[in-house]
Write a protein that binds this ligand. Structure first.
Ligand SMILES: [Zn+2]
Length: 218
């Protein structure tokens, strides 16, 4: 038995009715409750894995025990769950549900970091209306390249830390690309740091097309 299975058996068997790990696991289900610890300081109560940021709850109705575990353990041990309508799910569907819940937590945390940075900037720079932009995070989710360039410049100037990749940059419209094309090099560099890999690829392709014609895009 691998180490993690041994640790899981040691934890799970005293909290279950069955006497083997495989049978005991079938008594447990994923409750659909999950928690953001807001720091990577959580431990999986099943396998002992450390540095977890998100906890997912599993429960044994027979012994009324519950444990907080990592999403990987729910999949690895094929613990099943119930969907939002109360229907019993198989292990595959439960794995997908856990992944969806985890993605939701990651996305909420990302939005929270963006809002925190905007609020801090609003407190430091009185002419900056943070709420205008916070509404933007909620409604549309993505900023225009010019907005990102301006906000990053102001965050840098105010000495406020932020993760560029937390900020979604809109590149759907011609006007968005137009903004990227005409912005100053320092601003362009700031916005590039926020782009996703496919967005950077798209810029590289546009630049390559112009280069073939002996021109430069910017
Ligand atoms: Zn685990």
């Amino acid at each position: 038995m691998p180490g993690w299975a041994e640790r899981a058996a040691a934890t799970l068997l005293p909290l279950s009715r069955a006497t083997t790990l495989v049978a005991a696991l079938r008594e447990w289900f994923y409750t659909g409750r999950f928690f953001d610890l807001e720091a990577r300081d959580g431990t999986c109560e099943l396998c002992g894995q450390q540095d977890l940021r998100y906890h997912f709850e599993i429960e044994n109705p027979g012994t009324t025990s519950s444990l907080l575990v990592g999403s990987e353990c729910i999949k690895r041990f094929e613990i099943t769950g119930i969907d939002e309508q109360g229907q019993r799910l198989d292990a595959d569907a439960t794995g997908k549900l856990v992944d969806r819940h985890r993605r939701g937590l990651v996305e909420d945390a990302r939005k929270q970091r963006v809002m925190t940075a905007l609020m801090r900037l609003g407190q430091k720079a009185l002419d900056f209306d943070a709420w205008d932009f916070i509404d933007f995070v909620d409604d549309k989710g993505a900023f225009t390249p010019n907005q990102v360039a301006m906000i990053f410049w102001r965050l840098d100037s105010a000495g406020i830390a932020y993760r560029p990749t937390d900020w979604k940059v809109r590149m759907r419209r011609d006007s968005d690309l137009g903004q990227l094309r005409t912005m100053k090099p320092a601003a362009f560099k700031r916005v590039i740091a926020a782009l996703t890999a496919p967005q950077r690829q798209r810029i590289a392709e546009i630049e390559a097309r112009f280069a073939e014609l002996g021109q430069s895009w910017r």
